[in-house]
Design a binder for this molecule. Sequence first.
Ligand SMILES: Cc1ncc(COP(=O)(O)O)c(C=O)c1O
Ligand SMILES: N[C@@H](CCOP(=O)(O)O)C(=O)O
Length: 468
Amino acid sequence: MKYVSTRGQAPSLDFQGVTLAGLASDGGLYVPEVWPQFTADEIAAMAGLPYAKLAQTIMQPFVGDCLTPERLLELCEQAYGRFAHAAVVPLKQLDETQWVLELFHGPTLAFKDVALQLLGLLFEEFLAKGDDHLTIVGATSGDTGSAAIDAVAGRAKVDIFMLHPHGRVSDVQRRQMTTVIAPNVHNIAIDGSFDDAQATVKRMFNDPAMTGTFHIAAVNSINWARLMAQVVYYFYAALQLGAPQRKVAFSVPTGNFGDVFAGYVAAKMGLPIERLIVATNVNDILHRALSTGDYSASTVTPTAAPSMDIQVSSNFERLLFDGCGRDGAALAEQMRSFDANKAIQLTNAQRESSAALFSSERADAGNMANAMRWAYEATGEVLDPHTAIALHAARVTKGIPAGVPIVTLATAHPAKFVDAVERATGLRPGLPARVGDLFEREERCDHLTGSYEEIAAYVAARATPQHG
Ligand SMILES: Cc1ncc(COP(=O)(O)O)c(C=O)c1O
Ligand SMILES: N[C@@H](CCOP(=O)(O)O)C(=O)O
């Protein structure tokens, strides 16, 4: 399998290459040259497979000959062996139509673990031979940070620098990052938003002063391997609900557009998906883009679902690429215009191709609290704010045929956002034992202004050169 950049200029790479590269050298994102396909019979044969085996089956076409099937399966078993639920991502029914897929049983209590536990192992596997050393630079609005740190803390040949917006993540989220005291882990709080942090990360990939010395790598969903691993749970849920004979819809709490793009990939691979509902909070650029074609960023508003407080959604570029017939030059021009003006209008072709599968809804604080309350009072399920936003979207979306189940992706454990959950339901969920004495541990984090030069100098002073 070869991967090409959405901006058409960077060299094409194999799976190992894209995993270690992160952002493409032309500023684009890597995508597979073609979408691998499964037939209905092949999908039917996946029913009942253990999660790790299903993951290997679905990911093998993307991995190609960079790993043997046996080795990929071993890595999947190792990654998903760390999950606290035997089903890895259990599916629960709320009522006749509504289901939730619990993606938060990994070590750091959010869906990010599903991909990042594997990515940590892939880094180690691909770095085992040779003297390459990775400098991971990541941005987080709360959950990627802890999941990535857990996945790479203490590993040889990797340093991680994780930027989060100061004061804009929950206490649990912050502590899950800052209490990991390991020589290769560096937490940086910046003044600004997640978008500012993400812009810094992307700039570093294209800064010769940094890339000339360090092998900068990504753990954000700009890294293709992240999305690949997230495709698996769409198959897992749909198979339990009768796929490929029966269509399934998904409602996805959305920020950086990675999770829902993985659903799009599942559909491209042959999974019969009725609809992908993109659920946003009041930071609703994606809702506006999908419903009116207006992709224009404004100031980020802090909300009780902080991980979705994002305006510039990296992975939307991957969808726009397919929507313009994979014309890298045209997309590069469109993205240049977005960078300059913080606004673009989707073309008719982009709007029509996305409307075939996607719809969107926006939830404000009241919608979110009501959904959380409904789930708790009517079904006993305690949801986190992000999941509640997607459940709200699932319940108000029109036009899904009767009999089609709607699966809301439950992306975080409610104990990560105790205050919001308590406000809505009166219940204060406790942290699972596996996160231990989080509030007793020492924290380590540096606070920087967010200027690119300051952050680059900080990284350069602490990172190990590529061939260190
Ligand atoms: C709990 C939670 N839900 C939803 C999202 C949004 O997912 P994505 O950025 O893949 O759209 C995030 C952040 O990524 C998150 O941490
Ligand atoms: N919500 C995310 C933001 C980063 O998204 P990613 O999927 O691109 O890593 C977070 O919690 O950090």
